[in-house]
Design a protein around this ligand. Structure first.
Ligand code: GLA
Length: 743
């Protein structure tokens, strides 16, 4: 691994065993150009012959008489607007010297082992043993006295490049940027499909794949959070790319706020991709000497299809984004009271659930919304983080002690960023609430947003949460966020700084996460936003698991988890078994299917276990035991998607251990197909030469057979018991195949 630099031509080649990423300084214009990103290629002393300069009529050029230097078609690494590139610009600066014109020219480079220091924002963590190298390209506009730096981080073991940009004002006069993307890259083809994860509340991260067309196509969020609607991740796929083979580029942002991801195909079939903070409503002022850093973006290349891409992302997230202490930990199997009781509980109701939970083998009881203030519905008390003594006469300290005395841990729900309008905080500190006095504040779920761009607000909420957490034995916190941001006007910011609000808000969220995780290092955080409305790399940096969706129906969850797995690891997905008929879609599915689906996640339950029949209780106890037997494999194995629920009525995926000796395969379907054709499920990732036993199958099979010929769901293949239990026709059915190597 290393960064090769051809000093004469100022060409930079970031190379490891998997990928090469090449950029260069154009000698005529001092612009930075994209040369290559893809599978590793040999280094050469010069890439001058790869120049795509050509005489094109009807273009403009900064070099008189030589149209080969036109910005209109050169592949650029961080393009501006105003000098002949009519495509989307990656940044915009507003000065009182040249309005939006600027001319950033190459100044110098820096290259060093490891990475730059970062504080207060999520970033790629590099440990002492990790091999990593950083390249920083300095660009400078000597007239405006503005410096920009393009950061490139190369890691040894991954087919990834991490990028970000800094913007520094060295002039006496203040300047403003109204757009500053985290990266931009121009790829030399338009023959791609664009893939992204779309959704809404209760149906997050469904997969969409569409062919790129000429012009701009984009996704993003302006809701103040990364959102249910689109996830901060896009991919460009070769048209022939499948789950298992072919080229794909992934782009994702380590960020939880407003974002924009954009692809633009130009008139010469170059595809420009960029991603960063959404420019809508954004601006940032810099006085002399001030610097702004964009969020980091992770660019991954895979030649092994979408599974290859996901496996890279999963590893990077597990090893370089989630805190090290959660890398090999065993996550608690939890019972959450939300769908069991909603707001209607008292200490005894919760203790009854806790006693049953302790009998059945749960590790953690989570007390969800409704434990504080006068919170008996969703109209009241947010920000009053003191116990509701009518429901909990012994407070949180009392109930948490009683729960932990039963041998299980205790967890608590908060919604730190929100306030109800019947609280003292709302009425006595109106400046703590987001909005403008002249305009009505839109409400969402009867609640209002606290101004987290104001440090005093963050400190106040920290103190309130700290008091209750210090006073009780809490080992898990679910941090919720249940509405989008509107009337984004902060009373703590001057008029000219209002455009900084959204970003400062998210920095406030990160600040509170830092304060809480520093103060309570033993507490496991699960993030949540009306289900999965803030499932992103930024929050995974602080909270290693995220509530994937409020939709707990097994078949809906298969789709949501399938889409989520495109980038996020199985161990990060909060997944629960809930009651039937399902509270979101009214569907009935078996306890088995709900369990089979939930084990591919953190695993927990969200129903009233005290009302289960004796048989169901036995099933739940066995389910938990089953999960614990396979927890290590599920959470640390290599994950492969096999059949997409977006392509038909069936879904399948699997995990396999690193040494390829154990695998667990999930298969389910929605509506039963009558007189269904025979099918063979082809597995992945096994050792072709090893022999495997599938629990319930009549014979053993070599890995090559299971991967190329597949598993047949027929009477001749499986034992009668297996057929009777799992393969009888019916709607919404699932099965798990347990596979072990025969030595
Ligand atoms: C959100 C969460 C749920 C639950 C409720 C409580 O909707 O996603 O899991 O915590 O809030 O009000």
């Amino acid at each position: 691994m290393g960064i090769f630099i051809n000093e004469n031509n100022l060409e930079f080649h970031l190379q490891n065993d998997k990928i090469s990423y090449i950029l260069k300084v154009d000698s005529a214009t001092k612009e930075i150009q994209s040369v290559y990103f893809g599978s590793r290629i040999h280094h050469r002393d010069s890439y001058a012959d790869l120049s795509e300069k050509t005489e094109r009529p009807s273009t403009t050029s900064p070099t008189r008489g030589d149209h080969r230097n036109s910005m209109e078609f050169l592949r650029r690494e961080y393009p501006d607007f105003g000098h002949g590139d009519f495509r989307t610009a990656s940044y915009e600066i507003i000065t009182n010297k040249a309005h939006t014109l600027s001319g950033m020219k190459y100044e110098r480079y820096e290259c060093f082992k490891g990475r730059d220091m970062v504080f207060g924002v999520p970033h790629i963590r590099i440990g002492n043993e990790d091999k990593a190298e950083t390249l920083i390209i300095h660009l400078y506009d000597s007239f405006l006295q503005i410096r920009m730096k393009l950061f490139y981080l190369l890691l040894e073991d991954y087919s990834a490049i991490v990028r970000k940009v800094s913007f520094e004002n060295l002039a006496k006069d203040p300047v403003k940027t109204s757009k500053l993307m985290s990266f931009s890259i121009d790829l030399p083809s338009a023959s791609y499909d664009l893939m992204f994860l779309k959704g809404a509340w209760s149906r997050e991260r469904h997969i969409e794949r569409i062919p790129l067309h000429k012009g701009v196509q984009s996704i993003g969020s302006t809701r103040g959070s990364s959102s249910h609607t689109f996830n901060p991740f896009v991919a460009l796929l070769d048209k022939r790319t499948t789950e298992h083979q072919g080229e794909v580029y992934g782009f994702s942002l380590l960020y939880s706020g407003n974002f924009l991801a954009l692809a633009e195909v130009d008139n010469f079939d170059v595809t420009r991709v960029m991603m960063g903070i959404h420019p809508q409503g954004f601006s940032w002022n810099l006085k002399e000497g001030e610097i702004f850093y964009t969020p980091e973006a992770v660019l991954v290349y895979s030649n092994d299809g979408l599974n290859g891409l996901s496996q890279e992302y999963h590893k990077i997230i597990e090893r370089h984004i989630i805190h090290e202490k959660y890398r090999n930990d065993v996550r608690p199997v939890l019972i959450n009271n939300w769908e069991a009781t909603y707001f209607n509980f008292d200490e005894e109701t919760i203790l009854a659930i806790a006693r049953e939970a302790s009998n059945l083998g749960f590790d953690l009881l989570v007390l969800d919304d409704g434990w504080f203030g006068r919170r008996n519905d969703d109209k009241t008390s947010l920000s009053e983080w003191t116990p509701n003594y009518d429901k909990l006469p012994n407070g949180i300290s009392g109930i948490s002690k009683k729960v932990t005395d039963l041998g299980i841990q205790f967890g608590l729900w908060f919604e730190p960023e929100m306030v109800s309008d019947d609280t003292r905080l709302y009425n006595e500190n109106p400046d703590f609430v987001l909005g403008h006095s002249h305009y009505p504040k839109s409400h969402g779920r009867n609640q209002f947003v606290l101004d987290f761009s104001n440090e005093a607000v963050v400190n106040e909420i920290f103190e309130r949460m700290k008091r209750i957490l210090n006073d009780s034995s809490v080992s898990y916190v679910k941090w919720d966020m249940n509405r989008s941001i509107t009337e984004a006007y902060s009373q703590s910011l001057s008029e000219e700084h209002q455009g900084e609000f959204y970003h400062r808000y998210i920095l406030g969220v990160y600040k509170l996460y830092e304060m809480l995780t520093d103060e309570f290092p033993h507490i496991l955080f699960e993030s949540c936003a009306g289900g999965g409305g803030r499932f992103d790399l930024g929050l995974l940096y602080y909270a290693p698991q995220t509530w994937t969706s409020d939709d707990t129906d097994a078949w809906e969850r298969v789709k949501i988890q399938y889409g989520t797995s495109m980038i996020y690891p199985i161990k990060s997905m909060g997944s629960h078994v809930s009651a039937v008929p399902n509270h979101q879609v009214g569907r009935n599915t078996s306890l088995k299917m709900r369990h089979d689906t939930a084990i591919f996640g953190t695993y927990g339950y969200e129903l009233d276990i005290t009302t289960l029949s004796d048989e169901e209780k036995i099933e739940v106890r066995n389910n938990i035991e089953f999960f614990k037997t396979y927890q290590n494999l599920i959470h640390h194995g290599k994950f492969y998607r096999l059949l997409s629920p977006f392509d038909g009525e069936a879904a399948s995926y699997m995990v396999i251990s690193e040494c390829q000796s154990k695998a667990l395969v999930y298969y389910s379907h929605g509506l039963q197909v009558p007189n269904a054709p025979l099918s063979n499920l082809k597995l992945r990732g096994l050792d072709p030469a090893k022999k495997y036993h599938i629990h319930g199958a009549k014979s053993s099979h070599h890995g090559d057979e299971l991967m190329n010929l597949g598993v047949l769901f027929t009477e001749s293949y499986f034992e009668k018991d297996f057929i009777d239990n799992f393969l009888k026709p019916g709607d919404f059915k699932s099965l798990i195949l347990e596979i072990t190597e025969i030595k």
